[in-house]
Write a protein that binds this ligand. Structure first.
Ligand SMILES: Nc1ncnc2c1ncn2[C@@H]1O[C@H](COP(=O)(O)OP(=O)(O)OP(=O)(O)O)[C@@H](O)[C@H]1O
Ligand SMILES: [Mg+2]
Length: 298
């Protein structure tokens, strides 16, 4: 583990389990931090899917087509993931970034471990399922007590010890439930009880997490979140419940350790102007997509 870390606070979204919402949370948090006025570098370490990087490219497209000045994290995907390339990309994009958001792939690898090792804050989304808890440790189904620490739990413990050995500050580990459905309340109570035991055993905080909402996925093709709809009020209405969940999530790691806010964040702004016809078609598609987010099932 190198002692040379980027200057900004590193927030790594990682879990050895795939499909739990790492990229969705990383994208919403990167955008929320940019809205709050911070300089954000977002690096996608999953070069095969590149979900985070794509969503931010779509966002640039939306800003250009609609001529709207969206707060913009600077971003890249690491095609040959290595610690050196990671450091190089941060320096290239913004060496003075306040936050560096890393979206890790959903499997163990050297770059996965590097991303976890350099985190100031490690955010691990999980679905409310005992299957997902298996990556932390075994839970006795009768006593509810935690037993053997397993794959991801062990990885984090090892990397924490390595940080301690070289005198780096401890990692703040936040485990957040994602895609929570209120109709599963009884199952969620059992998961919460098991999570609390694992939190004590493995020293992580339990975040409030996000519910299952169409609003967290329907604007992906446009690179937008509901925070952005406040800048586009004539297109669609932002869902207050969705906004509150994203704000809660980001406030959970924007602690006293947050860098001082910069008043006027740099924004590349829309450079190529689109024609009125293209803009109108794009607005219609975006409005149709956003209408899905206000249906009664969200
Ligand atoms: N809170 C949510 N509400 C609704 N859908 C969600 C939510 N979070 C994630 N999803 C959806 O769940 C799926 C998986 O999400 P995502 O790609 O963010 O997971 P991931 O952990 O990054 O996956 P991978 O391990 O493949 O990188 C996607 O279809 C995404 O749109
Ligand atoms: Mg992903």
């Amino acid at each position: 583990m190198a002692a040379h870390l980027p200057v900004g606070r590193v927030i790594t979204f990682a879990n050895e389990k795939g499909g739990v919402g790492k990229s969705t949370l990383a994208f919403h948090c990167a955008v929320a931090l940019a809205h709050a006025g911070y300089r954000v570098v977002a690096l996608d370490l999953d070069s095969r899917q590149a979900t985070l990087d794509q969503s931010l490219s779509f966002r640039e497209g939306t800003a250009r087509v609609l001529h709207v000045d969206l707060p913009m994290p600077r971003h890249a995907v690491l095609h040959h993931p290595s610690a050196a390339q990671l450091q190089q990309e941060v320096t290239r994009l913004d060496a003075n970034a306040d936050y560096i958001v890393l979206d890790a792939p959903g499997a163990d690898s050297p770059i996965f471990r590097r991303a976890v090792a350099m985190a100031g804050t490690l955010v691990t989304p999980i679905n409310a399922s005992f299957v997902d808890l298996q990556v932390f440790g075994r839970i006795d189904p009768v006593s509810g007590r935690p037993g053997l620490v397993t794959c991801f739990g062990r990885t984090v413990a090892d990397l924490r010890s390595a940080r301690r050995r070289i005198g780096l500050a401890p990692v703040d580990w936040l485990v957040a439930k994602n895609r929570v459905r209120s109709c599963e309340r009884r199952q969620i109570e059992r998961i919460d009880a098991a999570l609390s035991k694992l939190a004590e055993q493995q020293d992580f905080r339990i975040g409030q997490g996000l519910s299952e909402r169409v609003a967290f996925r329907e604007l992906f093709q446009f690179g937008l979140t509901h925070l952005d709809l406040r800048l586009l009020p004539d297109l669609a209405r932002a869902s207050k419940a969705t906004l509150a969940e994203v704000e809660n999530l980001t406030s959970e790691f924007m602690s006293s350790a947050s860098p001082a806010l910069r008043v006027s964040p740099p924004s590349p702004g829309p450079s190529v102007r689109s024609s009125r016809r293209v803009r109108s078609a794009y607005r219609d598609a975006l409005t149709a997509a956003a209408q899905g987010t206000v249906s009664p099932c969200v």
